[in-house]
Unconditional design. Structure first.
Length: 271
């Protein structure tokens, strides 16, 4: 059983919803990332989603686009990101880490080399935004053989046929995009999310995480009532952006926010 599966199983036994923060590796400078990862776990994060900086992050809104630009200004690449995960693992062997990014850096490294290096570094799962299932069979097979979970996105527009195909190959958890558009966009309608999760749950036993549009403790608590995981990215990265010139303040600011989210999510227990 993977670290991701173990994490969700433990949370299910406690009737808790996972909190998954997203940050871009190397933002606003490389020295921030590993201490921030550790601090987020201390603040209540159950899994960590680490973005791999990319020059054309098409699924991301302006906030996370700028985070990639800041990281790329320091020449942070995929190999650097794997090094950050490896450094994180020297003190934390339990918290799952999922890399989220785009196919090009993986192709440049090579599928087999990436899978081997990611596994050695302590990566648990991979979400490749622009690798549709129909065109990534080779990548799927290589990642699965390396023991890496394959996390896939589902959207409000996903058809029943699409959901069924994703359910056949996904592992770890499924990531449901709660709004149409890029990260940080749109209005979050929890009733619509709940309605869409019903057919997804009929087709997979995997936990379902919900992200995009979760901006504060109130929206996190509402999503926690219908999802297995609350995924928060732009709201965190936006706080980091404000403190980009004073990076030493970032861990405390992010962790204060995460602590509020954790308290709100846990407050839904039994409700």
């Amino acid at each position: 059983m993977s670290r991701i599966s173990q994490c969700f199983e433990a949370l299910s036994g406690q009737r808790k919803t996972a909190l998954i923060p997203f940050v871009t590796a190397g933002d606003p400078q490389p020295s921030v990332t590993v201490p921030l990862m550790r601090a987020m776990v201390a603040a209540g994060a159950d899994l960590l989603e680490l973005g791999v900086p990319f020059s054309d992050p098409m699924a991301d809104g302006p906030v996370i686009q700028r985070a990639s630009e800041r990281a790329l200004a320091h020449h942070v690449n995929l190999l650097d990101v794997l090094g950050m995960v490896q450094a994180f693992r020297t003190r934390d062997t339990q918290t799952p880490v999922v890399l989220m990014g785009y196919l090009n850096p993986i192709e440049v490294m090579g599928y087999e080399a990436f899978a081997a290096r990611a596994g050695d570094a302590g990566v648990d799962g991979v979400l490749v935004v622009d690798a549709p299932l129909e065109e990534s069979r080779e990548l799927v097979e290589i990642l699965r053989a390396a023991g890496l979970d394959l996390v896939y996105l589902l959207a409000p527009t996903s058809t029943a046929e699409r959901i069924a195909k994703i359910a056949e190959v996904a592992s770890g958890f499924v990531y449901y995009v709660s709004v149409k558009g890029v990260t940080g966009a749109g209005h979050l309608d929890v009733d619509q999310v709940a309605a869409k999760l019903m057919p997804i749950r009929r087709m997979t036993e995997l936990p379902v995480g919900v992200g995009f549009g979760i901006k504060d403790a109130e929206s996190a608590a509402r999503i926690a009532q219908v999802a297995d995981a609350v995924i928060v990215g732009s709201a965190i990265v936006e706080r980091m952006e404000r403190l980009a010139d004073t990076p030493r303040r970032i861990p405390d600011a992010v962790c204060d926010f995460l602590s509020d989210l954790r308290a709100a999510i846990d407050g839904t227990l039994g409700s």
